[in-house]
Ligand binder design. Structure first.
Ligand code: ZN
Length: 265
């Protein structure tokens, strides 16, 4: 299976533009002190790594590690997703929380996937496979370490103007990564219907019947009609939910998806 097929076509061009923007901002702002840039970049990377590790330790204090002893069915589900996506070793944790969220981090192995506890209450096994597959998509497509490094740089902008440009460019890439990882989620769960209901539940909470799901989809469908939403999206790390759903539908109908889903069987 070619993992690269999961990558949304826009992701890599956007990353290249983002890196060029960062370079141009550095060159313009640093000017004569340009020779200090490599030193600054190394410092930023080290700092980003330290911040990442501190965050990791903080999470580990309140999260529960999922193992085949502590939660056999969830551990099995995660292992299956890992196998489908060829992730290599990773650790899964559940964090007691109120929000519906999940994320992955780490730039060294094993990577860590964290599920916020309410997800386990409202999602069924297939929907959880989508969420796990999405997070593991960030791992196999190497978003986690680029995010740590670039995110670290975006956090230390050289000037106000630079900060604004950085943020826009970096978020644009973040959003492309979400599309790619949604593809990984679809591959892991194997059902477009379940992938969509998982995405809807992330914003609408517990949706139990088809009628509730249709209603929630109708509300989401109006999202991209509003210019305010379009503007807000350009600053957000995640695309509008309706765009994620549309992209996922498109991918589910593609030859690439059929090829990958067939190879996994
Ligand atoms: Zn994501």
């Amino acid at each position: 299976m070619r993992i690269s097929l999961l990558r949304d076509p826009s992701e890599q061009p956007i990353l290249i533009v983002t890196l060029l923007v960062i370079l141009v901002v550095f060159v313009l702002v640093a000017g004569p002190s340009l020779c200090l840039v490599p030193l600054g970049a190394v410092l930023i990377v080290v700092l980003a790594y330290q911040m990442n590790q501190a965050h990791h330790r903080e999470i580990m204090r309140s999260a529960t590690r999922i193992t085949s002893q502590s939660a056999p069915s969830l551990a099995r589900l995660a292992a299956e997703c890992g196998q489908t996506l060829n992730t290599g070793p990773f650790e899964l944790y559940v964090l007691p929380a109120r929000q519906l969220n999940a994320y992955t981090f780490g730039i060294s192995s094993p990577r860590v996937v964290v599920l916020y506890s309410p997800l386990l209450k409202i999602m069924d096994a297939s929907e959880l496979s989508f969420i796990l597959g999405h997070e593991l998509g960030h791992v196999v497509l190497n978003h986690t370490w680029i995010n740590t490094l670039l995110g670290g740089m975006a956090g230390m902008p050289p000037s106000l103007g630079g900060a604004v440009i950085f943020t826009f460019a970096f978020r644009w890439w973040n959003r492309a990564c979400e599309y790619s990882s949604d593809r990984a989620g679809l591959l892991a769960c194997g059902s477009l219907e379940k992938a969509i209901s998982a995405l809807v539940k992330l914003v609408a909470g517990d949706v139990n019947t088809q009628a509730e799901l249709d209603l929630a989809l109708q509300v989401l469908d109006a999202q991209d009609d509003s210019p305010v939403n379009v503007l807000a999206e350009s600053l957000a790390t995640h695309p509008m939910m309706i765009r994620r759903i549309e992209k996922l539908r498109e991918f589910a109908g593609s030859a690439e998806y059929r090829q990958m889903a067939g190879a996994g069987k």
